[in-house]
Structure formats: C-alpha cells, structure tokens
Design a binder for this molecule. Structure first.
Ligand SMILES: [Zn+2]
Length: 242
C-alpha cells in the first residue's frame, strides 16, 4: 500500500564565493544517517564523501561540488543543516575575566564566511620579477588527493604536508614567456618546483593558506557570574557539528 508522501519546504542561499543563488531542501533523516555514519568512522575521507552526497541530495542545481572551494561547501552544509536538525550549537566558553565556564547558545544559521574571495589575479603570488604562481582555494578534489597520498605515504612531516598542500592547490605557474597549467603537470615536477624555492618565497606561498576565507560564527556573550563581555567565535566545520 503506498504511504502518503511528505512534501518538504524549499529555501534558497547564495554561494559565498560567487554569489550564485541555489535552492535547497532541509536534511531529512536519510541525510542525517549518512552524516552520522561518516562521523562515527572518524575518517576525513568518509566525511568528505558524506558531505558531497548530502549536499547533492538537498540542492536542486547541478553543481560540481568537488571543484568549488571548501569554504563554500562548509557554508552550504551549515545552511542546509540549520534548516532541519536545529539551529543551535552550544560551545563552552571560559570567561576571560573570572575564568567561569559557561555554555553559549549560538544559532548556526548566522554563520558567515569571513575574508574576501579573490580571483586569479588576487591569488597570484610573485616569486620573482618574471616567475609567479596562481593559487586556487582548496576543494574536495584537492583535499582528497592529499588524503590519498598521506594514506599511502604514512605520516608526513609538517613541512612535507605543506609542500604537498601547495602542490595540490597550485593552478598555474608562469614565467615571462608562458603559463603552465598545473593540472597538466606531473606531481614530481610541481614538487621539484616548490623544492627549488627559497625559504622566503616558500613562505610567501604558504601565507596564501592563512588568508583563505573561512566559516565563522560570532556572538557577544555576557558572563553570568561577573558580567564581563566576551566575544565567542566558532570556526571550522567540525566545531559546528558535535
Ligand atoms: Zn566572568
């Protein structure tokens, strides 16, 4: 016997990096299940796959989620989730004046992307007078490449991690004559290029990663014990989903 079908409400949001409007429905139990299983596994790869699947289920537009910036993905997941399971997270904050620990109720639908989304010219890093690199924001694709590599290599040093993170997120390298598409280059060639940088040039590129826009939720909070005002900031997707 066919059971009644439920209709779900629709909402819209703007993708932070490019302002495109998309339409979505809230998570349903089936999506919550997918995310829950992934979180239990404690595998970043499983989390990425689950995130891709649930966003794809919930949005009406056909987007290649693997190729858009991770901060867009985090924002989309937060918005979709805030319309279904509940809109509140309760981080514990420590008062900076008296040290009292308190739970703060924060509405995750208020999370925004802080930082400016730049285009290729904004993400260009000059290495010297003629050579430069154009970086792209980390995506599911680039993160998955990194995860696969560290699964097969075992533990890398922080330095190696950073080198590979650079390699995975370089879009173009140019010199006075030519623009080289990093997608067409072999990984060894890109690593060799990074290896040949001076320390100063290397950290110039590394700085790019400190300036990537990020998901952030802020609220001012008044300590119930001493009355001092604090600003509570929650950043990073893992802190939105306990
Ligand atoms: Zn206090």
């Amino acid at each position: 016997m066919p059971l009644p079908e439920l209709t779900v409400p629709r909402h819209s949001m703007k993708i932070p990096s490019d302002g495109r409007n998309i339409t979505y429905r809230p998570f349903l139990v089936k999506e919550e299940k997918i995310l829950h299983v992934a979180m239990e596994s404690e595998s970043v790869e499983a989390m990425l796959l689950a995130t891709e699947q649930v966003i794809n289920n919930c949005i009406e537009e056909d987007l290649d989620l693997r190729k858009i910036p991770m901060f867009d993905i985090e924002y989309m997941l937060t918005q979709i989730r805030s319309k279904s399971i509940g809109e509140v997270v309760k981080p514990v904050t420590t008062c900076s004046s008296c040290g009292e620990q308190q739970e703060v109720n924060m509405d995750i639908s208020q999370a925004t992307i802080v930082g400016e989304t730049k285009d290729d010219s904004g993400n260009t890093i000059k290495i010297n007078d003629s050579i430069g690199v154009v970086m792209s924001y980390p995506t599911m694709d680039s993160m998955t490449r990194g995860l696969l590599r560290s699964n097969s290599n075992g533990q890398d040093s922080m330095m190696e991690d950073l080198i590979y993170t650079m390699v995975d997120n370089m879009k173009y390298i140019y010199d006075a004559d030519e623009v080289y598409n990093c997608g067409d280059c072999k990984e060894e060639e890109l690593v060799k290029f990074v290896d040949s940088l001076t320390k100063e040039q290397f950290y110039k590129i590394a700085d790019f990663f400190n300036e990537i826009p990020k998901l952030s939720l802020e609220k001012s909070h008044k300590c119930s014990k001493c009355g001092a005002e604090d600003k509570v900031v929650v950043e990073g997707l893992q802190n939105f989903f306990g």
